[in-house]
Design a protein. Structure first.
Length: 296
């Protein structure tokens, strides 16, 4: 089967061999999001999904459009749900305003960013999942909608994407997920991103050989996993947990089982910031739902 011809296992001495399929737009495997969610494979890389010129244009327009681009405090554009203060008295109003802005972001994306990236993502995801409907869920009171993806920026030695796991978000952002889970089956969500600008050094996605069913908490200060039986395992200081660092290059798209696999992004070094565009994917409610949803 084509899928297994393209299968690449990534490993070295201390490395876990995750099953990541590498492919291109011309030879997409028979592999869909349910296969990744069920861990038939751990992920899929579509090499050269968009051209280097398109990536440059997106990053150039992102800088032009967002005055906060250079600030390490604003690594996500447009700002994501995670940045809404969950204790704010105006939380619901802030969520509503976020959904209205998201809808405008989608509508004006091609003009603002000079690229049809959202359409290209949707076309690829449709090809991988024939016959499945795809959505960005509606916002609160059916006003506005979720955003299918956000730009994420990691400045050299300033901003980290710490250890996390998608299923953890359900507990970390309960109010947000309460709304989303009324229409979406958020457990075991997938993550996707496109590398728009590779850093000079570092910035690789690290997948740890620990799943949500083994550990549901972590300590980002000590970079430790806390297992369900109460053990704290420091990831840097031990060989007990294997890992894999993925080489995602400019223009590549990765979809992986980010809801279940604990992961982080290495610190970026050198002079070039790492820029990605990505979000999360989950199916609709009900065992047999074939509709999938994107948000970020
Ligand atoms: O955009 C990125 O590089 C971060 C990906 C990630 O950590 C996630 O989707 O959970």
């Amino acid at each position: 089967m084509k899928l297994f011809e393209n299968l690449r296992s990534i490993f070295s001495s201390k490395e876990k061999s995750f099953q990541i399929i590498e492919t291109s737009l011309n030879e997409l495997p028979e592999l869909n999001f349910k296969d990744i969610q069920k861990r038939k494979v751990d992920g899929l890389i579509v090499r050269n999904f968009i051209s280097p010129e398109n990536c440059d244009l997106l990053v150039k327009n992102l800088k032009k459009k967002n005055q906060n681009y250079g600030s390490p405090k604003h690594p996500i554009f447009p700002s994501s749900f995670a940045q809404i203060d969950r204790y704010s008295e105006d939380f619901n109003a802030e969520m509503e305003s976020c959904f209205i802005k998201s809808s405008a972001f989608i509508d004006t994306f091609p003009v603002d960013y000079g690229s049809d990236l959202l359409q290209e993502i949707s076309t690829l995801f449709g090809r991988l999942n024939p016959g499945c409907e795809q959505n960005t869920p509606l916002g609160c009171n059916n006003k506005g909608c979720y955003i299918p993806g956000t730009f994420r920026i990691q400045y050299p030695e300033k901003v980290n994407i710490n250890l996390h796991c998608g299923n953890q978000f359900i507990h970390l952002f309960p109010k947000y997920y309460e709304h989303l889970s009324s229409t979406v089956d958020v457990m075991d969500q997938l993550s996707y991103f496109i590398m728009l600008q590779e850093p000079d050094e570092g910035g690789r996605l690290i997948l740890y050989d620990v799943s949500w069913n083994e550990a549901q908490d972590c300590d980002t200060i000590t970079n430790s996993i806390i297992t369900l039986d109460g053990k704290t395992i420091p990831l840097d200081a031990t060989n007990a947990i294997k890992s894999s660092k993925l080489e995602i290059r400019t223009g590549d798209l990765l979809v992986f089982s980010g809801g279940q696999i604990w992961h982080a992004v290495e610190q970026v070094k050198g002079n070039t910031e790492r820029v990605t565009f990505g979000g999360f994917i989950a199916f609709g409610k009900g065992e047999n739902s074939s509709e999938f949803n994107l948000w970020s």
